[in-house]
Design a protein around this ligand. Sequence first.
Ligand code: HEC
Length: 160
Amino acid sequence: MRRKPIALLLATLLIAGSMFVAAPPPAAAQQVGDAVRPGNPRLADLMEASQLRHIKLWFAGITGNWKLAAYQTKQIKTRLQDAASLYQSLPVNDITTMANPIDAVTAAVAAQDSKAFVKAYGELTKGCNSCHSELKLGFVELKTPAMNPFSDQVFEVKKK
Ligand code: HEC
């Protein structure tokens, strides 16, 4: 007789436990990247493409190749837009917060303002990292590139 309440408690705990297990995961991170359909780029590949453009944007900007910098900014913007529309489990907040730094980079590039470019680029990088840490991907950390790995592309504006 004395065991009954304990058994009941145990059963309750088990039911509660299984409910907890069955509940949908709170963070989107687990689903992100899994929604790949034939013909769609993988999220990690869109990200890698953004990373390459993140590097190229820096060297275009600091060498004052504003046309190339504008081009790279657009490339980053469209990759992030594609990521948002193809992978809807990505948190909306983290996508919309990218709009500000992208606009700031676009404005600095249009104004050919090196100082504003460096500042906006820093904000852009922070935006990349803040989504990553939000999704428990803090180990994917971006920074300002130290050297240009694209030795096959001309970044300097040719003197006429
Ligand atoms: C809205 C969220 C979000 C934003 C903003 C974001 N990322 Fe990501 N990023 C992710 C997710 C999610 C993954 C993991 C993708 C996967 O593994 O399927 C990822 C992975 C990556 C990776 C790892 C891929 C690899 O192969 O090494 C790189 C690099 C990366 N992101 C670069 C960037 C850059 C650069 C920016 C900013 C220009 C950026 N990300 C902005 C969500 C984001």
